[in-house]
Design a protein around this ligand. Structure first.
Ligand code: RIB
Ligand code: CA
Length: 313
């Protein structure tokens, strides 16, 4: 399989952490050029600390980690400590990072990397609000045609919202940024709640992580033990939805996923539906398709892949 060069843009977050671990456990298929951090689940200072904690947990302290935007383009920051805990990585007790944060701003790293790598060879993998991505596109419009594709976690259609009745968290936090990304003309693959709510860490699946009996397996099991309570209370679901790892798993095994190439637009006008991903799933408009909107996965295949790869760390 051809190695795919990626930039992970993230707001760790326990599920971001698992997505990063899955990528770092798959060097034959994925070359992580860098990890760029954004304010989202918790403030930027914590997301950029947590990303380094995860790199060190994976035994990969050489992965460059960059701090990016500390607030959305045009709205106040909304965080999700109620889901992820005060640190954003509640659950396991992990040591503070020893590896440094890079000096370069995340937005400049994204721009410089896309300009340096051959066109169409770098995939952007946003796992949080799209503030860094949109800021890079605003600052350097020339990079849009150089991006291979964007594979992101965000949005919802049939599942509707998890932070408001109509909006998913990543899009809701920075809807203006999301609008810029979805109107950029870049090929986009969307992992919305419609599919991530089918990637549930059931007790058996979490035991499989714990039974790896490795620091990574134990930490992931402890993360999901903490992370699951929000969704179990809200949705009565049978475990934590592993939202962000769907992005990494898609890079490794796209055959595990299915969806439709449709038009997706972002609500940025009405406060009532702010951040809603208006997905034309039924093709009732003449708006041109701009995204592969994933709505299903082979959950057993996903967890077999994830568990096997985590065992490698
Ligand atoms: O709505 C789920 C998304 O919001 C995930 O990326 C989670 O990490 C939070 O950022
Ligand atoms: Ca996230």
């Amino acid at each position: 399989m051809v190695q795919r060069k990626i930039i992970i843009d993230t707001d760790p977050g326990q599920d971001d952490a698992v997505a990063i671990l899955l990528a770092l456990a798959s060097p034959e298929e994925i070359d992580v050029l860098g990890i760029t951090c954004v304010a989202g689940n918790v403030p930027l200072e914590l997301t950029s600390k947590n990303a380094r904690i995860i790199c060190e947990l994976a035994g990969k302290p050489d992965v460059p980690v960059y701090a990016g935007c500390d607030r959305p383009l045009g709205r106040n920051l909304v965080t999700a400590e109620h889901v992820h805990g005060k640190t954003g990585l509640n659950g396991p007790v992990l040591p503070d990072p020893q590896m440094p944060l890079q000096e370069t701003h995340a937005v400049d790293f994204i721009i410089e990397t896309l300009r340096a790598e051959p066109p169409g060879t770098v995939t952007l993998c946003p796992l949080g609000p799209l503030t860094n991505i949109a800021t890079a596109l605003n600052k350097a419009p020339d990079i849009a045609e150089r991006v291979q594709e964007i594979v992101l976690m965000g949005g919802a259609y049939f599942e509707v919202g998890n932070i408001t009745p109509t909006a998913e968290f990543n899009i809701y936090v920075d809807p203006q940024a999301a609008e810029i990304a979805f109107k950029s003309g870049i090929d986009i693959v969307v992992m919305p709640l419609d599919v991530t709510h089918k990637a549930l860490v059931t007790p058996d699946r979490n035991e499989a992580f714990r039974n790896l009996e490795t620091p990574v397996g134990t930490a992931v099991a402890q993360m999901t033990d903490f992370f699951e309570r929000f969704d179990k209370e809200k949705y009565g679901s049978d475990g934590a939805p592993l939202h962000d790892p769907c992005v990494t798993a898609y890079l490794l095994r796209p055959d595990l996923f299915s969806g439709r190439h449709i038009n997706v637009e972002i609500e940025t006008g009405s406060e009532l539906t702010m951040g809603m991903t208006v997905a034309d799933w039924w093709g009732v408009t003449d708006r041109p398709p701009n995204a592969l909107f994933i709505n299903d996965l082979d959950a057993d295949g996903f967890f077999s892949l994830l568990t096997e790869r985590l065992a490698r760390l």
